[in-house]
Design a protein around this ligand. Structure first.
Ligand code: PTJ
Length: 246
């Protein structure tokens, strides 16, 4: 994806680049218009967090990498914002962890699912799931309950960036271990996640890959001790404290 003419010395370079990517995603029919609003909400929280990966988020990203590596069947869920912001990085994370990729949308249309699958394939993804939609998340009676039965429907660990609260809670109720990336520590999705990552997607996904690469040779006991030692409440509290103290 081509970038805008923004000098990288600009103090808000990353934020402007991110905005441009979301705009381009909408223009290309990948991202929903609601995705623009979600981006604005995220930016406000990112500003309050200091636009950096705080130590508790880095720790959560490490725990997320351990979950993905240890899983029997991990799936990275991709929506319109994820597809626009981090297509290469999601493919790289899937490769580093052996996870599947599934397109799963809040505002579902077959056309947009197919466009996003084609876009991810252009970025090197293979066997992207989401087009079959032959399974359902129990407890949700909307279009967004649809998942692939052999994808999110059968996963033990799912990474759901920028999820909406209802679906995040329904996935958690299914017994799926949920890793959520959301800049708002008070959002229902962050609050219901086994691993809430309070960080910007554009920093969180590459950092998870870095941790996954570092942990690639780790044995089951090491991965389990990282997973078991993770404290979700402390992670949420640290992010909220950072926001309140700024
Ligand atoms: O592509 P679709 O149809 O699946 O739609 C996706 C959106 C994001 C539009 C949909 O899920 C939605 O409406 O989400 P919400 O309810 O607006 O929630 C978005 C959450 O993501 C908010 O809590 C934001 O703070 C957060 N957020 C936004 N941008 C980022 C982010 N978190 C991490 N990184 C970001 N770049």
């Amino acid at each position: 994806m081509t970038g805008p003419e923004i000098p990288d010395s600009h103090p808000r370079y990353e934020s402007l680049l991110t905005r441009h990517r979301i705009e381009a995603g909408v223009d290309r029919g990948l991202t929903s218009r609601q995705g623009l609003i979600a981006q604005g909400r995220g930016e406000a929280f990112d500003y309050l967090l200091g636009e950096e990966t705080i130590p508790s988020a880095d720790n959560a990203e490490r725990a997320a990498a351990a979950h993905l590596l240890r899983a029997d069947h991990a799936v990275l869920s991709v929506n319109g914002n994820v597809a626009a912001l981090v297509p290469d990085e999601i493919v790289t994370l899937a490769t580093a962890t052996g996870a599947d990729i599934e397109v799963n949308l809040f505002n579902q249309t077959d056309e947009r699912i197919e466009r996003i699958i084609a876009h991810l394939e252009e970025h090197g993804a293979e066997d992207v799931k989401g087009a079959t939609a032959d399974g359902r998340i129990p407890g949700l009676n909307h279009e967004r309950a649809k998942v692939d039965a052999d994808g999110i429907g059968a996963a033990d660990v799912v990474l759901v960036p920028l999820e909406d609260g209802d679906r995040a809670e329904a996935l958690a109720a299914m017994g799926t271990t949920e890793v959520v990336v959301d800049l708002n520590p008070m959002s229902r999705s962050a609050q219901s996640a086994a691993v809430p990552i309070i960080d910007n997607l554009i920093r969180a996904v590459p950092n998870m890959t870095e941790h996954a690469r570092e942990l690639a040779g780790a044995d089951e006991a090491t991965l389990s001790s990282i997973v078991d030692g993770f404290d979700r409440e402390a992670t949420l509290a640290a992010a909220e404290e950072r926001i309140r103290d700024l």
